[in-house]
Structure formats: C-alpha cells, structure tokens
Design a protein around this ligand. Structure first.
Ligand code: PAF
Length: 323
C-alpha cells in the first residue's frame, strides 16, 4: 500500500474511533414512495424518517409523488441500490416474488384484528423472509387498507355488474387475474391514474378509501361499492445487501424504527377510514355500502387452483396464511 493511502486509511479509522460511531453515521438513506404527501405510504415514510433521525446520525431523504417512477420501477431501483429503501404496495411485489400473491388473496382477512394477527405472527415473518430471494430485506408491514371498487359505468351490487368494465389494476399478476375472473377487462398500469379515468381510457379502479379521497377520484368516478375484495398491505423494504452490510446495531435500529412507523401508520389508516367515507359521500359519490359479496366470493372460489398459485413454495405460503 502506498504511504499516502496508509495515512488516509489510518485517518479514517481515527475519525471513526473519535466519533465512537460507524462509517455509516450521517449517511443519507434514499427512500422511495410513489404517492404524494398526505398519503398512507408517506405517513409511514415520514414517521420512519422522524424516528431514525432522532435516534441516530442517519438522514432519510424521501422521494415521493412518482418522482422515481412507478412502484415497479422503485422496486427495481431498490434492487440496484440506487435507492436503499421503500414503502411499496404489496401488489407489484408479486411479479418479483410469487409468494406475495398470498397476501393479496381475495377475501383473505375479515377485519383489521385478523390482519394484525397474521402479519405480526409467523406467517408474516415467513413472507418477509421470502423477499430475500429477490434481494429485498423485508422490514415491516404498513397498510394501504381494504380495496374497494369505483367506476363510471353503473352501480355495482353483484359480480355480474362488473362484466366488461375496463378497470385499471396494479402491475400485479394476482390483481390482473382476479379482475379477469370477476368478469372485468383489466389493464395493469402504474400510479397515478386520474387522467386516464378522466379521459375514459379506463372506466374503473379499485383502492382503499384514503386513495379515492386524497387523489380526488370522486371527481372522475361516480359509483363506489365497498367490496373490500383484497386487503392491501405495504411492504416496507430495504436493499438486502446494503442492509446486511450495515453494523448490527444500525440494522436493529432501522428495523425497529420501521416497525414502529408501520404500527403508527396502520392506526392512522384505521382512525381515518370512516371520515374518508363521509367525505366521499358528501362529495357526491353514490355509495353501495353492502354489495352482494357472496357473488364475488363464489366467482373466485377456485383461485387457489390457478397457475398463479402453483409451486410448492407458494402453496406452503398459502397454507401458512389460510391456517
Ligand atoms: O393502486 C395502487 O397503485 C396503490 O394502491 C396506490 C394508489 C399506489 C397506493 O398504495
């Protein structure tokens, strides 16, 4: 080693010892969310930033409002480590890791209590671990919430009312297949989609109430049916190799901050849901609060036998979640 290089190395070690902290202290973590401030993902990301910055020298820079592209593109950037972390809807993960189709299984959870039991238990941990195959470190589950259908064609009460409707779905294998089974005409697209709804390129979309309110979809969608067909989690992830390269104490801290942020955000979502519904009604949406869900369930009862759930690992994950 040249003399100047030795000196530089010693100087760096000296600095680290003096500061009593790691070479990562003060590093900036790039975190991507597709949504805009005020959205569920952003609430989680901002809480994480607040907690981590208060407890360490890390800085968290949040890239939001689709500035990094779609959720699929953010996941690719996390894989490349040009972005280290993300709060991403579970849907688009299932292109990378088929096991994630399990968490998007239709009508899987009855309510938030059941969601928490499963996601915070062994099945949730197993799913977070499975993400490592695609080089993601699964840190926690925050939530998007239960997804409901909006459209511009007709009020939807039974599954037959969905027939032929052009619906935007997430870039997700499960979501596309689900809406095909239900009889609609699904088109996968990234987010946002206001213009496509406004221009009539698509007639329908499905999302939790906070999305319909925050993105003003009530201006371009007339009918809302509370179908709750899929519970939509966010999976809060980091690049696996970046994460594993951090000192153990930092890994533990980042994980803990994200878990706390996720729990805080789930509560935020639940506390605000009734309010979002009232606002959507007041804004003039025609709401069917009790669609005939039995007709929807019947149409998808065989979904677990389709190719999208084939393979021993996916089936094992399904067993863990359906148990
Ligand atoms: O439909 C989607 O793409 C997602 O639900 C959204 C709106 C990005 C929120 O997570």
């Amino acid at each position: 080693m040249k003399i100047w290089a030795k000196r530089l190395a010693l100087f760096c070690v000296g600095l680290m010892l003096l500061g009593g902290s790691s070479a990562w202290a003060g590093a900036t973590i790039k975190l991507g969310v597709v949504t805009k401030p005020g959205s569920a993902q952003n609430v989680c990301a901002e809480k994480f930033k607040e907690l981590l910055e208060a407890r360490s020298d890390y800085q968290v820079k949040i890239y939001h409002s689709a500035s990094l592209g779609t959720e699929t593109q953010i996941l690719q950037q996390i894989q490349m480590n040009t972005v280290q972390m993300g709060v991403i809807t579970a849907g688009p993960f299932d292109v990378f890791i088929p096991e994630v189709r399990v968490i998007n299984y239709p009508f899987l959870f009855a309510d938030a209590r059941e969601v928490d039991q499963v996601l915070d238990g062994p099945a949730g941990q197993k799913l977070l671990k499975a993400l490592e195959k695609a080089r993601f470190k699964g840190l926690a589950f925050s939530e998007n919430g239960f997804r409901h259908l909006t459209n511009n064609v007709r009020p939807v009460h039974t599954v037959d009312d969905v027939k032929g409707i052009k619906i935007r779905v997430m870039e997700s294998v499960l979501h596309k297949e689900l809406w095909r089974l239900l009889g609609a005409n699904p088109t996968p697209m990234g987010w946002p989609i206001y213009t496509e709804l406004q221009q009539g390129t698509i007639d329908a979309q499905e999302n939790p109430l906070w999305v319909i309110w925050t993105y003003k979809l009530y201006e371009v969608q007339k009918y809302l049916s509370l179908t709750g067909h899929v519970y939509s989690a966010h999976i809060d992830v980091a690049n696996l190799d970046w994460f594993n390269g951090l000192p153990a104490a930092d890994q533990e801290l980042i994980q803990r901050c994200m878990q706390e942020a996720a729990l805080y955000q789930r509560q935020w979502n639940r506390d605000n849901e009734a309010d979002f519904l009232s606002k959507l009604k007041a804004a003039g949406m025609q709401v069917n609060e009790h669609p005939d869900l039995a007709t929807f369930r019947a149409r998808v009862s065989d979904i677990r036998n389709l190719d999208i759930y084939a393979g021993s690992e996916v089936q094992a994950m399904l067993e863990a979640f359906l148990d």
